[in-house]
Design a protein around this ligand. Sequence first.
Ligand SMILES: Cc1cc2nc3c(=O)[nH]c(=O)nc-3n(C[C@H](O)[C@H](O)[C@H](O)COP(=O)(O)O)c2cc1C
Length: 218
Amino acid sequence: MPEAQGPTGSTDVFEIMHTTRAMRRLKPDPIPDELIFKILAAGQKAASGGNTQRWRFLVLKDPAKKKAVQVYYKKAFDEVVGPRYDNSPPPPGQSAESYRRTRAANQYLTDHYHEAPVWIVACLEGANPGRSVGASIYPAVQNMLLAARALGLGATLTTRHLQYEKETEAAMGIPPGFHSYAILPIGYPIGRFGPVGRGPLSEVVYLDDWGKPYPGLE
Ligand SMILES: Cc1cc2nc3c(=O)[nH]c(=O)nc-3n(C[C@H](O)[C@H](O)[C@H](O)COP(=O)(O)O)c2cc1C
């Protein structure tokens, strides 16, 4: 179990899960390799179907490679994500004001994506990315997000580069036979960790029959 690192670190798993939110404003300061190693080790402890472990974790610090991907990440924001924010209502549990702040944070990460000192690109071997295949990499991704949070580091699960999958995977040097599933830009956070915003649990949980409430659940 990693030691808590500094005032924002924690080792209480429930506190970590409740406060692991997308941290999109990051300092460009370098991160000690020792912390990156802990995050990677946490990722590799995750389950994969049949324990096949067909994952590869490409750690990118190379400014030129990150910048080459950021160009497409921004293009996808300008073409799709920005307009979607402008034309859709806030998700459950989020006020209009908080949604506006999320859009601003998204824009910030888009502009500074390549400045995060470390990216972990979660990849899998195999030519057919899909839902059941992805189930063998996203547990590792979540483990790494939780580990980063426990160490007081900010990170975000990002997949937007997949809108330009061929171009970005070529820019990162991912060879044929492998695909990327997420890029985690990691750095020391500029802002503070805080509780995640979600809708009421009782609205998404059923007991025995679809649509039947689970008594006592808030
Ligand atoms: C499949 C998936 C893809 C995501 N892709 C991006 C992304 O490309 N860029 C980004 O800024 N956030 C991305 N996110 C982060 C979500 O937008 C974020 O986790 C969600 O809005 C909830 O916010 P919170 O984590 O701060 O509670 C992604 C999350 C998931 C699960």
